[in-house]
Design a protein around this ligand. Structure first.
Ligand code: FEO
Ligand code: CA
Ligand code: CA
Length: 691
């Protein structure tokens, strides 16, 4: 979801926990520590051997350096996709395309009803996974998130959200355009096509799909509603951002900005609790693009104060069983989930890394109670129902300026002791209630606030973990923080040159002995994005040395490794191409080799997207000869400086972008609206993409 209209940019964390960027400015060189053997407070805290042990593990876990084989594309502001020379692409499966053999065709004027939308591909594609059928590279299930809707495009001219022409069916259409779709696709005569009569095709959406809640929060008081007094069943999923997938072939969809959908019609607003404030739930109107509470009572927090607790989870879906009920996995925590990076620990436990995408929120990991059995996939089905959730604490290593340090994982259990010296059981009466209040529990144990954690990806050879911290426009005033009963934020007024962080960064960590189940790690900044064209050399705003005038970008977001260890980085940032963003152009995708030489290897631009879009969602065919990506919200401009002047988007939806119309489409009825779509890219010589 792009930053000109989204809401994940506001901080609701007023815990006063120490800010990560404050730590960046107060660091010591790990190399210095290792060379001199100087004991520091952090080493004492961890036991003196930790830093050396992890550093040694890093040496032994070194990967074979991957290479990049394509010629970089230039930054651009066109209304089209640009890929490197020697590559081709195809636009597939746009919002509104048929999902089934009997689906209505796309009309182009958005007059489709909610019933029509239920049979068409949803809007604003985000995280996605290609599940191969029988190991094939040319046939599989494309499982995709549809994160949100653009009211200017999805409703016909004259329909105003909660205003003129608004009715219950528009609410339903909005709900049915969000969630997850499963589309069977196949390569035929050089073109990817949907298999419309496939038994697998499915719309899992916010209005129609029954789900079960599993794990400790199932059945707790905070999960009970009038419609579900058991607290174990819920209708729908929405705000589906990034994704994950398991070795037992299930899909994980991550519910992110779910608080935007709740509000109240009650005069003067509903009661607002501390819990609602901590997550950013409004007691008055929901965000202006949704307003579901106008026709659907469960989104009115005065009528159903617990309904919102039932969203903001990770949901597990079996795409190969179209009758299966998706499962909300409460053991993985309740927050604004970005994505889920799944990896198996050395002892067989399943580890899931997760970010909470809002300003100054935290990074989490889940470790399953039971072990993965590679020989019995059916037995693995419940592995994410039970385990321990941890939150990360990043520590600076005691000296300033080297952008590296050490960290640890703090368990969120009833026995865990908070920074106030009291066990969490004094605050939460059960593990289920603790998980519903994940953010509050993490506040109590002193987790480290981060610059909006987006996607996390794990290096396939070294287990090193990378996270995009997309940006942090403003850490909030002391006044704002005090209004929430919090203490002065240590990041505010700090001398840290990136207290305002418009560009974002990637931080990476290496668990002790490269074991995902470990409880401590070392970390460093892989890059600080920046702009050396407008900031003086040496200034942190210019970015780290791997940022040059050839690869300028801001706001890294989507992230994935390929099999060789190349890392694919997608952006959702400011595409004004002006001022501090000069030379960056539209949102884009880059490929990097983090393992080269000094381990800050080259970052090279692979793709540029059309006007107004973000590039997100990434998945590969099993042979890595096809890469699929999503173009989300083309043509969306909000208050953007490059927005067409004096035109309301609803009056002229194509004013800023016509994409994908005219850009390599091969299907009929493409006009009328800019449309989110998937793009599949391949090398003309049939080689591995990126290599
Ligand atoms: Fe949906 Fe944080 O991006
Ligand atoms: Ca340091
Ligand atoms: Ca994102």
């Amino acid at each position: 979801m792009q930053q000109f209209i989204d809401h994940d940019d506001f901080s609701t964390n007023h815990s006063g926990n120490e800010e990560f960027n404050t730590l960046l400015a107060t660091q010591v060189s790990r190399r210095t520590i290792l060379k001199t053997g100087v004991a520091c407070s952090t080493m004492t805290f961890f036991g003196s051997s930790l830093i050396g042990e992890v550093a040694q593990a890093k040496e032994t876990a070194k990967a074979v350096a991957a290479t990049i084989g394509f010629k970089a594309v230039e930054a651009g502001t066109g209304d089209k996709i640009v890929v490197p020379e020697g590559y081709s692409y195809q636009v597939i499966s746009r919002w509104g395309d048929p999902l089934f053999a009997d689906s209505p065709k796309w009309k182009g004027d958005a007059t489709e009803s909610s019933a029509d939308q239920a049979k068409q591909v949803g809007d604003n594609h985000d995280g996605m996974k290609f599940f191969s059928i029988d190991g094939k590279n040319d046939e599989g299930l494309l499982v995709r998130n549809h994160e949100y809707i653009n009211p200017d495009f999805i409703f016909p001219k004259g329909v105003e959200v909660a205003g003129a022409g608004w009715n219950e069916d528009w609410v339903k259409k909005s709900q049915r355009a969000q969630g997850v779709s499963v589309v069977h696709i196949r390569l035929e005569n050089g073109k990817w096509k949907p298999v419309l009569d496939s038994k697998y095709n499915r719309s899992i959406n916010a209005h129609d799909t029954e789900m079960v809640i599993v794990g400790p929060a199932a059945g707790t008081e905070s999960m009970k509603t009038n419609a579900d007094p058991s607290g174990t069943k819920v209708i729908g999923t929405f705000g589906n951002c990034g994704n994950g997938f398991t070795p037992w072939n299930t899909y994980l969809t991550c519910e992110e900005n779910v608080t935007d959908y709740f509000g109240s019609l009650k005069e003067g607003g509903a009661e607002s609790t501390t819990h609602m404030k901590r997550y950013g739930v409004s007691s008055k109107d929901s965000e202006p693009e949704y307003r579901w509470e106008t026709f659907d009572k469960r989104f009115d927090v005065a009528e159903e104060p617990n309904e919102w607790n039932r969203f903001g989870w990770i949901v597990e879906i079996d795409p190969f069983d179209p009758t299966s009920k998706p499962k909300k996995l409460s053991a993985l925590g309740h927050f604004k989930h970005e994505n889920a990076a799944v990896v198996i620990g050395k002892d067989g436990h399943v580890v899931v890394y997760m970010g909470d995408d809002q300003r100054s929120e935290y990074i989490y990991k889940f470790v399953s109670k039971n072990k993965y059995n590679p020989n019995n996939q059916a037995e693995n089905r419940g592995l994410l129902d039970e385990g321990t959730l941890y939150v990360a604490q990043f520590l600076d290593g005691d000296t300033k300026g080297d952008l590296q340090g050490v960290g640890k994982w703090i368990p969120l259990t009833l026995e865990s002791v908070g920074t106030n010296g009291k066990p969490l059981s004094e605050t939460f009466k059960s593990m289920g209630e603790l998980l519903v209040h994940t953010r509050e529990a993490a506040d109590l144990v002193g987790a480290t606030p981060m610059d909006r954690p987006e996607w996390i990806a794990v290096h396939p050879q070294t287990n090193e973990v990378y996270v995009t911290l997309t940006n942090n426009s403003d850490r909030g005033s002391d006044k704002e923080r005090k209004g929430m009963g919090g203490v002065k934020h240590p990041g505010v007024d700090d001398a840290n040159p990136r207290v305002k962080n418009p560009y974002g960064q990637i931080v990476r960590w290496n668990e002790k002995e490269s074991d995902p189940s470990a409880m401590s790690f070392t970390w460093d900044v892989y890059f600080l994005a920046g702009n050396p064209k407008v900031h003086p050399a040496g200034d942190l705003m210019a970015g780290t040395e791997n940022i040059t005038d050839k690869n300028l970008f801001n706001s890294p977001d989507g992230l994935a490794f390929d099999k060789d260890g190349r890392i694919w980085i997608q952006t959702d940032g400011n595409f004004s191409n002006k001022d501090i963003y000069e030379g960056m152009g539209n949102n884009q995708m880059l490929v990097a080799v983090p393992e080269a030489g000094d381990r800050k290897g080259e970052i090279r631009r692979f793709l540029v997207g059309p006007s107004g879009c973000e590039i997100t969602g990434i998945t590969f065919s099993p042979d890595y000869k096809y890469v699929f990506i999503n173009v989300q919200h083309p043509g969306e401009y909000g208050k953007h400086p490059r927005a067409p002047k004096d035109v309301k988007p609803q009056d002229d939806p194509l004013a800023f972008s016509k994409w994908p119309m005219g850009d390599n489409e091969d299907t009929e009825n493409s006009g009328g609206r800019p449309r989110a779509a998937t793009v599949v890219i391949w090398r003309d010589d049939g080689g591995v993409v990126g290599a």
